[in-house]
Design a protein around this ligand. Sequence first.
Ligand code: ADP
Ligand code: MG
Length: 679
Amino acid sequence: MTAAAKPKKAAASTLASRLAKLGLRSDADLVLHLPLRYEDETAITAIAAAVLGETAQFEVEVVSSEIAYRPRRQLLVRARDDSGVLLLRFLNFYPSQQKVMQPGVTLRIFGEVRGGFFGDEIIHPRFHAAAENEALSDRMTPVYPTTAGLSQAALRKLIGAALARVDLTDTLPDAMRMRHGLEKFAASLTLLHTPPPASSAAELDTLHRPAWQRICFDELLAQQLSLRRAYAARRNLGAPILAARGDLTSRLQAQLPFRLTGAQQRTWAEIAADLAQPQPMQRLLQGDVGSGKTIVAALAMIRAAENGWQAALMAPTEILAEQHFRKLQTWLGSLGIEVAWLSGSLKKKEKVAMLEAIASGRAAFVVGTHALIEDAAQFAALGLAIVDEQHRFGVRQRLALKDKGTGAPHQLMMSATPIPRTLAMSYYADLDVSTLDELPPGRTPVVTKLVAHGRRDEVVARVRDACRAGRQAYWVCPLIEESEALDLQTAIDTFERLTAELAELRVGLVHGRLKGSDKAAVMEAFTRNDIQLLVATTVIEVGVDVPNASLMVIEHAERFGLAQLHQLRGRVGRGAAESACVLLYAAPLSHTARQRLKVIYENTDGFEIARQDLQLRGPGEFIGARQSGVPLLRYADLDDPTLIEKVRAAAEELERDHPHRADAHLTRWLAGRAELLKA
Ligand code: ADP
Ligand code: MG
């Protein structure tokens, strides 16, 4: 490499990495990077006609330029046109900039006019020295989402160049496009990048609407197509046929202390039908907290074992995995079936033995944590992979379990975060969905109370009463954003305080930093009622099941998200006793916190809570990149079920009648992102 080539190359790679930050890796990506808004540089406004608070372009002559030192160092440039005067104020500036603004120079400036102490002013206007008779732009100036070190001007240039190079051929056949009332792709894109001038924001909006509709349609279409393809690709793999054999599933049902609900029977039948097919099941079992997903999973696992295949159940936390393990042991032990347990906290020797049992196929039922997907774990014959609370895993982790077999095992995902229908249609287009829409009978609904922190004493007294009456309680400690260490400290402080306040009770503490075996010991003591009051961090959020616990106190409930509050509240109301959930909050509440607490107070149905959560937060945050692993839609909203229905139909039609167009569409929208969509 020559010395001269070096810096250039370095600059190119910085540019590339900045673009990569924006997800821009190709020309196709660049042209689909659409403006956030526009600036109007197509006209010049007279200073006298400027509207305070609005952004506009002016052409001015510099009258004076000076540096002031009070209240702080700043550059003050006085400027005028024929109609009036304007102050340009720069709090940061380079000498080179100062140099441009010499008295007598004509400037084109652009910025928001405000009423200031010195009269009308613009702080940090964009400016350049105007050339004689400099032409006005005949297009609106797009403003793009960008990142540090990448200027709007540079980005505009790159996008402009890409637009000239990229093939903008329509991927929709004309007939289909017109049937859906859509504009052409190329025209839509060009309009959005370089719109003609509009006299008002409303006019611009009207002008843009059809173009945005086209873009959103295309984006959703790409998502649907890719999910359909992922589904179809997995359908093509062979999976073991797990048919009804023997009587183990009916024997298990016969000895349960309860009868399956109608919803459990229905979803089990759906799952059993899938398992009997030679293609891998790809099913999501969703059901509200406490709807009884575990027994359905157990039945599926037994079906696998009856056919001589292994079944694995992976849970996101050690506590939950351990609990599943115990439950399966109780249920299956009496059928003479052994359940194996694998977690990160096993002692080395136990772990080696367990891995060996899994690899040899001796362990037919395996329950565990992430340890199941570590490299060391290899299954002899994995026929069924179940992931509980699947939204808590990243995509890669979720998929890793199915890759632990030699062929393609059947997959069952379970989730207690119910997804509203439109989201499910969009994000789970590649999964079949079974829904448990019925809670087991005999549950008394949980009464929710909102209590201001000032009345904490009353809440403590309530805990005492409940425990004296033989019940148990949870006390969930506040969540401190982004600081696990502080979370922990608060939990310890709360534990000590409650131990002192409730000296007659057996109080326990569980948090995420405890060693796995210690955590398990605490949970077991709580299950046996050796611990009456359990102080906890959100580690108990998912799945923990102790029916005798009838009181849940959540401190600083205003800091929790809706899904979390719903999950936490779901820890009680699992037995026959009247249960309550006390949400302790600290006033004053922010507007959104108030709205959240109102939703959780007024609703018990998880689907309804999820729907309102979606409304409060928008789909992007609701589903969350971490939760779904699916890239967020950048442009389209998921709040229009009829649009999503249309797009689904279009995806099906395109795939069937115009597969090459479907290919081109996917390449345009998702080249390079396909990995993310294989959820
Ligand atoms: P989740 O859907 O939240 O995972 P679980 O599977 O943990 O729910 O079940 C919650 C509780 O309900 C458990 O104690 C379970 O044994 C019990 N349960 C499950 N199905 C029934 C039923 N049909 N009748 C009564 N209790 C049930
Ligand atoms: Mg569960």
